[in-house]
Design a binder for this molecule. Structure first.
Ligand code: MLZ
Length: 266
């Protein structure tokens, strides 16, 4: 269910262009997700990337897996694409001469790790190696994003969400991902070949639930009104401000916003 959000209408309304798929380190057709809830695999501990841990698939969304490290709590779930190089079949670590590690924040005494590992794997359903993807798609040779281009991006503060976003700035190999309608609170810089950014239309291909843009977008200033009910005094700058570059956001250049109704919190 895509809400009532339509990229086609939205791109027309904003006069923006979608970043071409050649900008992204993503496959043209999203990778097939044949995993099932309950399957176990090996994953890099996101909080301690040098350790390989046992993870359980606790949810599925589009081409992504919601993972929980065995021996960890339910507060540190993370999401990975099925073609991520950070997941692999059980047995891979040992095959490569490594040793499975307890997750950061292992619930039990470190000395009970070997027995815990034995028990958690015993009788478990291991994700078969054929459902892993051999490799990640190749990274584009260079950062070819341009400021103003639209994309879909993981909200890193709420990583289960993929949301409409705009390239706000470029910084070498990095891209500023700005979330439409959220006034900067969720924005982040990432490398152009990050696996957290996708071309427009990705979610409708994978069946992921694309969030609608936030309601805190600033409308063209000629109207002097913010969509959340707050009012902005008439400004010098007549350009539309949805998805505008940073440095032009917020209370710059002597403009004042007066809150009338609604909440500023995000
Ligand atoms: N906690 C927020 C979720 C906002 C998600 C924004 N994504 C760019 C809320 O209360 O709505």
């Amino acid at each position: 269910y895509q809400g009532h959000f339509s990229w086609e209408k939205y791109l027309k309304e904003t006069g923006a262009v979608a970043a071409p798929s050649s900008c992204f380190k993503q496959s043209l057709t999203p990778p097939v997700n044949e995993f099932k809830v309950g399957m176990k695999l090996e994953a890099q501990d996101p909080r301690n990337t040098t350790s390989t841990c046992i993870a359980t698939v606790v949810g599925l969304t589009g081409s992504r897996l919601r993972l929980r490290l065995d021996g960890s709590d339910n507060k540190n779930d993370f999401w990975r694409l099925v073609d991520s190089s950070e997941i692999q079949p059980i047995g891979s670590c040992e095959k490569n001469g490594g040793m499975l590690q307890p997750p950061l924040g292992f619930r039990l005494n470190a000395s009970s790790w070997p027995m815990f590992l034995l028990k958690t794997l015993n009788g478990s359903e291991m994700a078969p190696s054929r459902i892993f993807h051999k490799q990640e798609p190749p990274a584009p040779e260079q950062n070819s994003f341009q400021v103003g281009m639209k994309l879909e991006a993981v909200d890193r503060k709420n990583p289960h969400f993929i949301c409409p976003a705009t390239v706000g700035a470029l910084r070498g190999v990095e891209v500023l991902v700005t979330f439409d309608g959220w006034r900067g609170a969720f924005d982040y810089y990432c490398r152009y070949d990050s696996r957290d950014i996708f071309p427009v239309g990705w979610c409708s291909l994978t069946g992921d639930n694309l969030q609608p843009p936030g309601t805190k977008a600033v409308l063209p200033k000629s109207l002097g009104v913010l969509t959340d009910g707050s009012v902005e005094s008439p400004a010098m700058n007549p350009t539309p401000t949805v998805g505008r570059p940073p440095g032009q956001r917020g209370r710059k250049s002597g403009r004042r916003k007066i809150k009338v109704t609604g909440s500023w919190s995000q």
